[in-house]
Write a protein that binds this ligand. Structure first.
Ligand code: URP
Ligand code: ZN
Ligand code: ZN
Ligand code: ZN
Length: 467
């Protein structure tokens, strides 16, 4: 009495085969050719790829930032994600300075509860290890791991807001040697960038483009290098979030060539957008492309695609953090440093990666599945429950139509943001039906399930066992 997905091409990170997928309740029961359909509800997937649901390991729903709050909450953001073929997100709870991580976890659980439409995990952003030489904060990290928060993000940027010093980073890294969690680094030299930003503003350079021009790639590369060095000293893996430039990628590659477990993600905006194309320095419209790290020169794009193909980059996430242009982005009308940082993306990641990656011959179909689902599941302690289609896995399944054409536009997207960073872009390949734990949640671009059905995902701290 299950659902039988017949005649599709089942694609995992390991290969693809024509096979049927039998779903029993919320899990996959069997994957093989020729399963007897008797007694099952049959779904015909002829001509479609049967993919593991996408996992976006970097989103910011309902996040207070830059004097405002990101425009998508856990309802609108995860609903848009589902429509785009993403069935799991890992969002970020933020420890406010002077408070405990437990407080932040409770706040973010409250934001997601009753709203999330797909399953969600949480990373913890550590801003403060406490005054007793970090003893309380490090104990709190262990508590978080027991709550299924298997990863932490620390910032080398945003001085006086989120940035922490190297000692704090080093202590947190050392703690993960004991508790098996993974540290994620926002790698940019925030102190140096702050000097450059203040100098630019003093010279009257206030337009959005100066956000990009005041954050050199060397500031990213230096911080990536420092992150990896600190992780090596602590003897633990490290994961660089939203890596944006060739300079930074070179640091990851150099470390990996030496056998160091350094991992990194990039995002569609760095693979596809550039200063030349989106930020000619002509108008305030360019505030739409203010996120951090910033847009880079176009020459970085092929290097990032190459990083994905060669496994020097393991994951593509979105860093979805939308702020509307009509009001929120206007906060920085006279000062680029006051433009809330972030852009919308969670709905379009799979389409963009498929079209500009697979269709363009830059990555294989298996690699597409790996970077959008399997690798984030492994790295963040969700595999094989998430990230693959195999007996026993959650039935998070996307029926992907490789022929479907779609025009990305704010007029039709489901994210609560009044612009798209990819307005008018045509893509071929789109999610037709999306299942989350066996339930049809999106069908032909519409969300069709109950709101709030998403469950909190307790993730396992693997101690680097996934390497
Ligand atoms: O501009 C960005 N990336 N906003 C979200 C915060 C972060 O650093 O990830
Ligand atoms: Zn405790
Ligand atoms: Zn960041
Ligand atoms: Zn982010």
């Amino acid at each position: 009495m299950g659902t039988l997905i017949q005649n599709g091409i089942v694609v995992t990170a390991d290969g693809s085969e024509k096979a049927d997928v039998l779903v029993d309740g919320s899990t996959v029961l069997e994957v093989r050719a020729g399963i007897d359909p008797a007694g099952h509800t049959v779904v015909d997937a002829a001509g479609l790829f049967v993919l593991p649901g996408g996992i976006d390991a970097h989103t910011h729903m309902d996040m207070p930032f830059g004097g405002t709050v990101s425009a998508d909450d856990f309802l609108t953001g995860t609903r848009a994600a589902a429509i785009g073929g993403t069935t799991t997100i890992v969002d970020f709870a933020i420890q406010a300075k002077g408070t405990r991580m437990r407080d932040a976890l409770d706040i973010w659980m409250g934001k997601a509860d009753g709203k999330a439409c797909i399953d969600y995990g949480l990373h913890m952003i550590v801003t403060d290890l406490g005054s007793d030489n970090g003893k309380q904060g490090l104990h709190d990290m262990d508590d978080m791991v027991r709550e299924g928060v298997a990863s932490f993000k620390l910032f080398m940027a945003y001085p006086n807001v989120l940035m922490v010093d190297d000692g704090t980073i080093f202590k947190a890294l050392q703690q993960t040697a004991k508790n098996g969690a993974l540290v994620c680094m926002h790698a940019e030299n925030g102190s140096a960038i702050d000097v450059i930003v203040q100098q630019a503003l003093a010279e009257g350079k206030t337009a959005p483009v100066y956000h990009a021009l005041t954050r050199p790639t060397k500031a990213e590369a230096e911080a990536v290098n420092r992150s990896i060095a600190l992780a090596e000293m602590a003897g633990v893996p490290v994961y660089i979030v939203h890596l944006s430039s060739e300079d930074a990628l070179n640091q990851v590659r150099e470390a990996r060539d030496r056998g160091v477990p350094a991992f990194a993600e990039t995002c569609p905006q760095y693979l596809l957008l550039s200063i030349e194309d989106q930020m000619p320095g002509k108008s305030f419209e360019e505030a739409k492309y203010v996120f951090t790290p910033p847009l880079r020169e176009k020459k970085n794009q092929p290097k990032l695609w190459d990083g994905l193909a060669t496994d020097n980059l393991q994951v593509v996430s979105t860093d979805h953090c939308p702020f509307c242009f009509a009001d929120q982005k206007q906060l920085g009308k006279d000062d680029f440093s006051k433009i809330p940082n972030g852009g919308p993306g969670v709905e379009n990641r799979m389409q963009l990666l498929y079209h500009f990656g697979v269709n363009a011959g830059k990555i294989s179909l298996q690699r597409f599945v790996e970077i959008t689902s399997t690798a984030p599941a492994r790295i963040f302690g969700m595999y094989p429950k998430k990230g693959t289609i195999a007996a026993g896995s959650d039935a998070d399944i996307v029926l992907w139509d490789p022929e479907a054409e779609h025009v990305i536009s704010a007029a039709t997207h489901n994210m609560r943001c009044d612009f798209s960073m990819f307005e008018g872009w045509k893509v071929k390949g789109n999610a037709r039906q999306v299942y989350s734990r066996g339930e049809l949640v999106a069908d032909g671009g519409c969300y069709v399930a109950a709101v709030g059905r998403g469950q909190y995902l307790r993730r396992e701290a693997r101690g680097g066992a996934w390497q």
